[in-house]
Design a protein around this ligand. Structure first.
Ligand code: KG4
Ligand code: ZN
Length: 354
């Protein structure tokens, strides 16, 4: 069975073609065209520009995907697309293209929630073209999804079954990384830059708050942490003769910020995993690329939940891509759920996970 998938919820135009056979996935094409260079000039994603770029590129990326896959369009069995959440002008391009393809090919269309794509990125342990066996995961699973738009703790009792136990009440953790990088004038996107710089810094140097760490629920708040970084940096700049606003100082700031953010993420994830006696913890979303987060979470699981498994996506599948959307769509086909006519799938910027 061959699935063609499209992802355009933010600033990557992505198309994948994947053949699923005997519990394995053969990646025939996996193209991600990033607009990050263009948006970095503005310090963040500009929705109207993102949409214009998706529109400009989507047809040629689809053509390239078919060329890479070396299959005719007729071989496609299902079309899948991220239909939310995300930037509506960006989502509409992918959904429009997917509808046109499903209509033209006379094939069913499957709408996928962006976050369930990030979760199912964990089911493919290698993102290459071989026939990789998909993960036969043991449930219940606890997911920590951390991206530029989301920070959620989700309980899965079985495939495609989601209960959001907690989420951010304001900024997403990736957004906090991007904003901290912006106020220190480090560039965009902030996450990878901060991760690299933090390696040279002292994470104990500045005592930033751990917002909502002991709130007794699984919600998060990162806006106060970002403001604490702003006040710290402002006070250092105001007292320039007293303290030095130099590279070492910035490295200490980002290392201390990163530690504060990860302490909260790890602490809440462990508490939720203990409460729900999960068999596995999975990490997903752009921030899951962070090796330090992977390490501190792995260490906490080893010490507090030694029998619990831990998974994070392969490096190519942490950020937005269409391959993860194809894997989630395959799960829908397996369960005979969510398979729709092209007319019934709509882009929804605020789509809820259910
Ligand atoms: O999932 P993603 O590619 O797009 C959204 O769905 O939002 O996530 C992008 C976010 C950005 O905020 C980016 O700064 C963050 O993921 N990110 C990281 C790292 N790589 C990307 N954050 C921390 N450390 C990283 N290495
Ligand atoms: Zn994402």
């Amino acid at each position: 069975m061959i699935i063609l998938s499209i992802e355009t919820s933010c600033d990557e135009t992505a198309v994948a073609i994947v053949e699923f056979k005997n519990g394995g996935a053969k990646v025939l094409a996996n193209i991600v065209s990033s607009q990050v260079k263009m948006h970095s000039k503005f310090g963040g994603v500009v929705p109207s520009l993102a949409s214009r770029m998706h529109l400009k590129n989507i047809t040629s990326i689809l053509e390239r995907a078919f060329r890479n896959a070396k299959i005719s369009k007729k071989k496609i069995d299902y079309v899948a697309v991220t239909n939310g959440p995300g930037l509506i002008p960006a989502l509409m391009v992918g959904v429009g293209a997917a509808k046109a393809l499903a209509y033209g090919l006379g094939k069913p269309l499957i709408g996928i929630h962006h976050i369930e794509g990030h979760i199912y990125a964990n089911w493919l342990k290698k993102s290459d073209a071989k026939n990789n066996k998909l993960w036969e995961a043991e449930f219940p699973i606890l997911c920590l999804t951390v991206s530029g738009g989301h920070t959620q703790i989700i309980l899965m009792k079985k495939d495609l079954n989601y209960k959001v136990l907690g989420e951010t009440l304001d900024d997403a953790v990736g957004e906090a990384f991007d904003k901290v990088a912006k106020l220190l004038e480090l560039g965009y996107p902030g996450g990878p830059i901060i991760e690299k710089m933090a390696k040279q810094g002292d994470e104990e140097k500045i005592k930033f708050p751990r917002p909502m760490m002991n709130s007794g629920d699984y919600n998060f708040s990162f806006s106060g942490l970002k403001t604490a970084v702003l006040y710290e940096v402002q006070s250092c700049r105001d007292a320039a003769s007293m303290r030095l606003y130099n590279d070492q100082y910035k490295q200490d700031v980002v290392a201390s910020f990163q530690k504060a953010a990860f302490d909260v993420l790890v602490s809440k994830t462990i508490k939720a995993a203990q409460k729900h006696k999960v068999k596995n913890i999975v990490l997903g979303g752009g921030v899951s690329a962070n090796k330090k987060l992977q390490k501190v979470l792995a260490e906490a699981i080893k010490s507090d939940l030694p029998l619990c498994g831990f998974s994070f996506p392969t490096s190519k599948l942490t950020s937005d891509n269409a391959l993860m959307i194809a894997i989630a769509a395959y799960k829908y086909v397996e369960k005979n759920k969510g398979i729709k006519n092209w007319k019934s799938v709509k882009a929804d910027a605020n789509l809820k996970l259910r």
